[in-house]
Design a protein around this ligand. Structure first.
Ligand SMILES: *[C@@H]1O[C@H](CO)[C@@H](O)[C@H](O)[C@H]1NC(C)=O
Ligand SMILES: *[C@@H]1O[C@H](CO)[C@@H](O)[C@H](O)[C@H]1NC(C)=O
Ligand SMILES: *[C@@H]1O[C@H](CO)[C@@H](O)[C@H](O)[C@H]1NC(C)=O
Ligand SMILES: *[C@@H]1O[C@H](CO)[C@@H](O)[C@H](O)[C@H]1NC(C)=O
Length: 300
């Protein structure tokens, strides 16, 4: 009797195991994180990645481009993006789709990955923390040694010079109001990413970006790094100069929907959020409110 009971339990266990292997099981979607300029995946960023993983219960990792700190400054963004594209395609765990969290300049790598990467797995949710999406209007400060000083000086000297554009990453998204024709003609990254050149707009970039399930744009209210801070929401100065700051919906990028931002917004998929601190300074509560929920959704 006892033996018979045990055998039937065993049988049920086996049957259940077989059945469940055919029933789709809900699994967490993995995420990847892109750090900002002058940063690297180890150190503080690895803690943050771990924190997000702990809070969401989803597996996640920081995706490094080249050697981290140095390459984030000196490898042009188009190259950084294509390295990210190759890496993502090799990560088996992302093949069914994944989420992205990006910090600062890492957002331009993330968005390049979403828009430019052919035959890539789908990105589901994308959380952007302080991303210079519409450009920055001032040369970024770099205070980490002599190489930085050289980079800063070169950018001040001739931001749209080909050499600078090809060797200093942030030059790819410096957009000086009042210098639009120079920018559109010579900038090697942001005009492409934002489909800004009328004759070169690529609808594939737009389709890919517009296929996100959620786009969370977090702006830092006391941001002193991004000028203007509203670039984190795609807001920016008018082309002619610094006098007028356009809100997201006043920009041509939005109104003419060059990259699908308006389409996403109209579908209720863009969350414009703002937090209290300076650039990338975000509390655990804010992380819990604006980041973690988008990493928790499961796929069937
Ligand atoms: C990372 O977290 C550990 C403890 O979990 C802490 O000792 C360390 O200081 C943190 N590192 C940074 C750079 O925040
Ligand atoms: C994440 O969870 C692990 C295991 O519970 C713990 O050791 C680690 O300190 C946590 N890290 C962070 C940053 O929350
Ligand atoms: C970055 O560049 C500095 C200065 O050339 C060098 O000392 C450092 O080793 C480099 N770091 C890496 C990871 O290549
Ligand atoms: C647009 O981008 C896609 C994906 O990179 C590419 O295959 C296509 O050739 C581009 N179209 C044009 C008109 O440049």
């Amino acid at each position: 009797m006892e033996k018979c009971f045990r055998r039937s339990v065993l049988l049920y266990t086996v049957v259940a195991a077989v059945l469940f292997s055919f029933v789709p099981v809900s699994i967490s979607i993995p995420f990847i994180l892109f750090h900002g300029i002058g940063d690297k995946c180890s150190g503080g960023v690895s803690n943050f990645t771990q924190l997000l993983s702990n809070l969401s219960g989803s597996p996640g990792s920081c995706l490094e481009i080249g050697n981290g700190e140095n390459d984030s400054w000196f490898m042009p963004l188009i190259k950084q993006t294509s390295l990210a594209c190759e890496k993502v395609k090799q990560m088996e765990e992302l093949s069914q789709g994944y989420n992205i969290v990006a910090e600062s300049q890492g957002n331009l790598v993330a968005r390049g990955l979403i828009e430019f990467c052919d035959n890539a797995p789908p990105v589901i949710n994308y959380v952007s923390l302080g991303g210079p999406h519409a450009g920055i209007a001032a040369i970024p400060k770099c205070d980490a040694g002599p190489f930085c000083a050289i980079a800063e000086d070169l950018m001040k000297l001739a931001i749209y010079n080909d050499f600078v554009q090809e060797h200093i990453a942030p030059s790819g998204y410096v957009k000086i109001p009042g210098q639009m024709s120079n920018y559109l003609e010579h900038s090697k990254y942001l005009p492409k990413l934002n489909n800004e050149r009328p004759e070169e707009r690529n609808s594939t970039f737009k389709e890919r970006f517009a296929s996100l399930h959620n786009l969370v744009l977090v702006m830092f209210q006391k941001d002193t790094t991004l000028i203007p801070k509203e670039t984190a929401w795609f807001g920016y100065y008018q082309d002619e100069g610094f006098d007028t700051l356009l809100s997201t919906k006043q920009t041509k990028l939005y109104r003419e929907d060059w990259i699908g931002l308006k389409a996403l917004d109209v579908a209720g998929k863009v969350k414009f959020e703002s937090v209290l601190g300076d650039h990338l300074s975000i509390s655990d509560e804010e992380v819990g409110e604006y980041v973690v929920p988008y990493l928790m959704q499961s796929s069937m």
